[in-house]
Design a protein around this ligand. Structure first.
Ligand code: MV4
Length: 587
């Protein structure tokens, strides 16, 4: 193995390309139209154009990527995370093209992608599972019977979902049929498969996951666990290793269960086994397995001392796992925060745009894995992760204080970021005490002090220009020239236009007037259910229609109590954003 193509972008492409270069492998980047000026292309030995900005045209385009790998004479492909990383067909296509795949065999990817099949693997490995089914549900009766036997509430989950999408919590037998129907519809739309399985729903668990490394010949090592409980809407925000307060015997049992599952799955390369953990009972339960390198892998690197990208490349090259990896004990404590181009003061709304200023923290125990730099425009086409800030400390408290210091040093101008949220999180009393859980961010933290972020500099904004490159593309391969500008360059300003008195008046009129509420579609989509009829009395907060948009079902509800006066949509109808659904007249 001598030349590796990294089929990804952003910080993970940078991370993996660095690992390749450190091992003396030729590092090949690929890029789309939106990434001509991206950092990952810069730090690679070669850059190859693969297509338009839309993921389907570039980073998800199997033929384009495998085609470039052949033209570049690469002999292996590393997928990073996201995009095609857990696509068994891609892994197979890479192998069929005579290239090495830096990851598990396609059969293991496929088995773990089917969450019910994954539960069967865990069961076979005698690992603890959340009580539930290991076959898809035949109908609502089976779920009701399960609830009556094991107790309520239940979680209905999509067999081909994952990451929390499509999960429904059901509190009683009466709710089962509706929730199952909705879960099936949503799953079919999002994943093309309607299979649903059931589990007992655990209240406020912790998310603890195990990092494993397998050589594909039966050798599996556990490299430590991570706590990833701090998340919002299934988007992780903070991760740490080791999991705070986890008793040593629980850690050992969790590590053993993870290795047993990896062995039962005939696993190869780096993988992550997710568990739900209940501190009160000290019980943990298998949830899912992720067959890729995770975003949060650096906290394990800092506490285990293992470079996981090197390990992945060595395993893929057939080198096996160094013997001493089996007995590594976690050293110190590491915390990672995700720096996203999102405004936590505006419900974490993504805000792509040009980065006009960027200065990373450094110093003892600080690592920054960034995918961007000053002058780069964060594309709208991809996720909003700009960088990960990871710190190491002798213990958790030192790591936490170091994180606060590093967050203070981090300067990012031009786009809002999650940094203000992380300052709060690091000082939240529950977090400080290590009392974390999956409901901490959404139900316990006080986020009221987070304000919408204004541009860092007002008025005529200039930024010190970074070196400029002239890129020449010749038959799809890039060559570049560096220019060092003498003058500051002007960067576009983000402006928010205040609404005119006329526009404000129109907005007031559209609200329906006193005592009336016009319920409108929050987004474009299809009406899949109409739950009221004209003349019905509704309560405040009651669902009026179910709107499917972007493969998710959204409940559109009345804000005020009253009578349904005008109902202007029907099931199956496509609606634009802002369309009138019904008028509610206060009674
Ligand atoms: C659960 C659960 C409680 N009980 N399953 C959400 C993500 C998906 N991978 C599984 N998830 C959950 N499954 C049972 N039986 C609670 C969650 C959950 C969660 C899990 C991990 C991290 C964050 C979470 C946030 C909300 C819910």
């Amino acid at each position: 193995m001598q030349k590796v193509l990294v089929a990804n972008r952003g910080e993970i492409a940078v991370r993996v390309l660095r690992g390749c270069r450190e091992l003396g492998l030729v590092a090949v980047a690929v890029y789309s139209d939106a990434d001509r000026d991206a950092l990952h292309v810069d730090i690679a030995d070669e850059g190859w154009y693969i297509g338009e900005a839309a993921p389907a045209k570039s980073y998800l385009n199997i033929d384009a990527i495998v085609g470039v790998a052949k033209r570049a004479r690469a002999d292996a492909i590393h997928p990073g995370y996201g995009f095609l990383a857990e696509n068994a067909a891609f892994a197979q296509a890479v192998m069929d093209a005579g290239l090495r795949w830096v990851g598990p065999k396609p059969a293991a990817i496929a088995a773990m992608g089917d969450k019910v099949a994954a539960r069967r693997v865990a069961e076979q490995a005698k690992a603890p599972l959340v009580p539930g089914t290991v076959e898809p549900l035949e109908g609502p009766e089976a779920a009701v019977a399960f609830g009556e036997q094991h107790g309520w509430p239940l979680a209905l989950k999509a067999a081909f979902g994952g990451g929390g999408r499509g999960m429904k919590v059901v509190g009683s037998a009466e709710e089962v049929a509706g929730a199952l129907e909705s879960a099936q519809r949503e799953s079919k739309a999002a994943f093309g498969r309607a299979e649903i399985y059931v589990e007992r729903y655990l209240d406020a668990p912790r998310h603890v996951e195990a990092q494993v490394l397998a050589d594909g010949r039966g050798e599996v090592v556990f490299l430590g666990e991570r706590d990833c409980s701090l998340q919002r809407r299934h988007q992780k925000l903070v991760e740490e290793a080791p999991a705070p307060g986890l008793p040593e015997e629980v850690r050992a049992a969790l590590g053993k269960a993870a290795c047993d599952i990896a062995r039962a799955a005939d696993y190869e390369n780096a993988g992550t086994i997710e568990f739900l953990y209940e501190p009160r009972s000290q019980k943990f339960y298998f949830l899912e397995m992720n067959t890729r390198l995770q975003v949060e892998h650096p906290v394990t690197e800092l506490t285990s001392g293992v470079d996981l990208v090197h390990a992945q490349l060595r395993v893929a090259a057939g080198e096996g796992i160094p013997a001493h990896y089996d007995a590594l004990a976690a050293r110190g404590h590491a915390i990672e925060v995700r720096i996203n181009a999102e405004d936590p003061g505006m419900k974490f709304m993504p805000a792509p745009g040009p980065i006009t200023g960027w200065r990373e923290p450094s110093g003892p125990g600080v690592r920054v894995d960034a995918g961007v730099r000053a002058g780069f425009t964060v594309p709208q086409a991809y996720d909003s992760l700009l960088a990960k800030l990871i710190v190491w400390g002798e213990d958790r408290e030192q790591a936490r204080r170091r994180m606060l210091r590093a967050l203070d040093e981090f300067v990012i101008e031009g786009v809002p970021t999650t940094i203000p949220f992380h300052r709060l999180a690091m000082q939240d009393p529950s977090f400080v005490a290590g009392d974390v859980s999956t409901i901490l961010v959404e139900q316990r933290m006080d986020l009221s002090s987070l304000q919408p972020q204004q541009p860092a500099v007002e008025g005529d904004r200039t930024a010190k220009a970074p070196p400029r490159r002239l890129v020449v593309e010749l038959e799809g391969k890039r060559f570049d020239v560096t220019l060092f500008p003498q003058e500051p360059v002007k960067v576009p300003e983000r402006v928010r236009t205040p609404r005119s008195p006329k526009a404000l008046e129109r907005a007031r009129a559209e609200s329906g007037g006193p005592g009336k509420e016009i319920v409108k579609t929050p987004m474009q989509g299809t009406i899949v259910k109409v739950l009221v009829a004209e003349g019905d009395t509704v309560k405040a907060g009651q669902t009026i229609v179910v709107l499917e948009a972007m493969k998710m079902e959204n409940h559109v509800s009345a804000h005020q109590a009253g009578t349904v006066a005008g109902l202007s949509v029907s099931e199956g109808q496509s609606v634009p954003t802002g369309a009138t659904i019904a008028t509610i007249e206060a009674t």
